[in-house]
Design a protein around this ligand. Sequence first.
Ligand code: GLA
Length: 396
Amino acid sequence: MDIHEHLLRPAIEKFKAEFGAEPERLFLSPGRINIIGEHVDYSDGFVLPAAIDRYICFAVRKTPQTNRCTIIAKDLGETYTFDITMKVKPVQQMWMNYMLGVLSQLQKPENQFCGLEIVLSSTIPMGAGLSSSAALECGFAYLLNELFDLQIPKKEIAVIGQKSEHAFAGVQCGIMDQFASVFGKENKVIMLDCHSLDYQYFDADLRGYSLLLFDSCVKHSHLTSGYNERRKDVEHGKKILWKNFPEIKKFRDFTLAMLDQVKEEMGAVSYKRCLYLLKEIKRVELAAKAISEGNIEYMGRLLTETHDGLSTEFEVSCKELDFLVENVLQQEGVLGARIMGGGFGGCSINLIRENKAEEVIKAISEKYLENFNIRMKVYHVKISDGIKEYTNEYII
Ligand code: GLA
């Protein structure tokens, strides 16, 4: 997608129309895909995400003579104005909460802010599982850090974004989305250890295959989906495991045999959730090895195993996504597919041979339309850099 045409120009034009001046700076904050490692980021697991070429653009100007901060969400047609030096609390406009939650953590005596004018424009579809909220949180933290020289390390920016989501959006998310948005790198997937926050990059060389996203157009919000409930099921399971095996340091070090020993005490639901998590954490390690060895077929099989686990053990899929996955797997040239992200709707991620992609898309779109009367959307995404300032020349 041409970011100049679809993102920068509209944001700059809106800025000029609303504020009567050019923006001083432009920041781009990306969404993410996740190759594998779902729901394990809050359970000491490994994940394999990557930032993509879909962004929220922040067009910004400082207004040092005031404390007024005006933020325009161009695509939503909404504006929010507040005093940046006053204590903030959650508001009705959900999109603002992601940013206010960030600001609340940075409002300290040593951080001196002044007024800001901001236009937001986005090419990350909302509610599609591509982490537009993490892009908003971390993009805002990043720009405050840059504009006011706050000296916040990059990892801290991701953590601030996550905390904002907990405190101001009410979603007890893990760290994966924020980390990917901040640390993304062109053509690399990130292998993140969510226990230590150590990470390494792997080449995303898929050898003639590509990762395509099929948007089921079933929208979800993790505030109202079962996300927080799944976390509770998992926390209960962990409590029982640690009570019985206090010597274990990280969740991922529990064995399936240990889990089986406490099955009765834990109860069927938490058992299923933990079983999924322990298997998923192992799958990520296998997938990282497969990708580094160029064993794309095996990677595809792992993706499909993850879908089965998310559907039957973690129970975060839905009939539309199950349908998309089941049907795409019957097509020639497809190595694997699964629901991606937190679940309950959104996109599937599909590993498809490049020269078969068009055929597969056509077949699946038709079937989906026939069965659900929904037009599936397809996103061809490129693995891209994390949050950055856009410094190239731009011509309006
Ligand atoms: C959402 C959360 C992440 C992660 C995924 C599932 O995207 O924000 O922290 O838990 O779901 O892997």
